[in-house]
Design a protein around this ligand. Structure first.
Ligand SMILES: *Cc1c(COP(=O)(O)O)cnc(C)c1O
Length: 381
């Protein structure tokens, strides 16, 4: 049996032909750039999130970069984020010329360690940039209080958390700006690159619009240094098509996660901590074990499309050597990078597939036990 991580076909629903017919018309009529389809998706996504302004951009990475530019962040400014995130979060900070300041991950939630944030603030700090990692929404209260006390902005990286909610708020909607990615792997996925920035501020929304459209105010009137980063119209149409399914898909992901948690809870593995008040959307289903590399190999040998996200924490990435970070500086992020592995999770994962994955996981740990490894079975933290 093979258990895949993605099923692109299923993302279009059972009857995709009307969508394909519309895309055909868009292609033939030249509706490519900032057409009505883009405005429509921006409105729909804003209605869904309950936020007035959405601007579609070319990718999640651009969403982060343009958000920082819209806040006027650049050389000499510091942006606080976490050592355990996807490369793009930190690359965006560097791309605008600012300095990323890292704090460690939280051992239980795998999100930013909020207790380390205040100590990382200096006179140059301008922004806090938390990540709703793996689809778990960060409770924003603490960071909002810290930001207010120190006069800082908040940019949320919600690239993995479309539709995740906690305390009645959607991930991405509490900070000054929220950033989404519609990369084909994400919970709400385009058929290519795509991203969006959301905000309550009309002023920031207008700055974002200008920045994504070559700094223009009116044609050929370039008033600021801008990028060219617009959500593609065909992608926008696809996203409008998929958005009505998002809640149902996220619920299905939660169901899969619940199966995994219940069936594997007696094994020497640890799951991302959850909160009864939250709606986690399980972009990734992480399990943590000291035997990660052998475990990954076994799963892959059995046809299970398991993967490690992310094997190298930010402070040890070659692209950031000039930042002066050292091994050992963010020990939790390093341990998570060594010990986490993602089991396949998709809304359409079948019970047979879940059973098969659980059987393989159980088999691995039973064999390990029988080998009488001279190591503690418990995950030591
Ligand atoms: C995917 C992702 C991004 C970047 O999105 P792209 O659309 O691939 O540029 C940024 N941050 C996080 C946490 C992500 O998972």
């Amino acid at each position: 049996m093979r258990v895949e991580r993605y099923n692109y076909r299923a993302q279009f629903g059972d009857v995709p032909d009307p969508l394909f017919a519309e895309i055909r018309e868009m292609l033939l009529q030249g509706r490519y750039i900032l057409s009505a389809e883009v405005r429509r998706f921006e409105e729909e996504f804003g209605d869904y999130l309950g936020i007035p302004h959405v601007r579609g951009v070319n990718s999640g990475t651009d969403a982060l970069t343009i958000s920082l530019l819209a806040l006027g962040i650049g050389r000499g400014d510091e942006v606080i984020t976490q050592a355990n995130t996807f490369y793009a979060t930190v690359a965006a900070i560097r791309l605008v010329g600012a300095t990323p300041v890292l704090v460690d991950a939280d051992e239980d939630t795998f999100l930013i360690n909020e207790d380390q944030v205040e100590a990382a603030i200096t006179s140059r700090t301008r922004v806090i940039l938390p990540v709703h990692l793996y689809g778990k929404p960060l409770r924003m209260k603490k960071l909002l209080r810290i930001a207010q006390r120190h006069g800082l902005a908040i940019v949320e990286d919600a690239a993995q958390a479309h539709g995740a909610r906690v305390d009645g708020w959607f991930a991405g909607t509490r900070g000054d700006l929220g950033c989404f990615s519609f990369h084909p792997s994400k919970n709400l996925a385009a058929a290519g690159d795509g991203g969006a920035i959301v905000t309550h501020s009309q002023d920031l929304a207008e700055r974002v619009r200008r920045l994504r459209e070559l700094g223009q105010r009116g044609q050929n009137n370039h008033v600021v240094l801008g990028c060219n980063s617009k959500l593609d119209a065909v992608q926008a149409r696809i996203l409008s098509w998929k958005l009505p399914f998002l809640d149902e898909w996220n619920k299905a992901r939660r169901r899969v996660a619940q199966f995994y948690r219940e069936r594997l809870e007696d094994l020497p593995i640890v799951f991302q901590a959850t909160d009864p008040e939250e709606e986690h959307v399980y972009h990734l289903f992480q399990i943590r074990t000291l035997f990660r590399d052998r475990f990954l190999e076994t799963l892959q040998e059995n046809g299970i499309d398991a993967v490690v996200r992310y094997p190298t924490p930010i402070h040890l990435q070659p692209a950031f050597v000039d930042s002066g970070w050292r091994p050992g500086q963010f020990p939790v992020a390093e341990r998570l990078a060594r010990e986490l592995l993602c089991l396949p999770i998709r809304p359409d994962l079948t019970l047979d597939e879940i059973d098969y994955v659980c059987e393989c996981v159980r088999g691995f740990f039973t064999d390990l036990n029988n080998e009488d490894f001279n190591v503690s079975f418990r995950v030591v933290m």
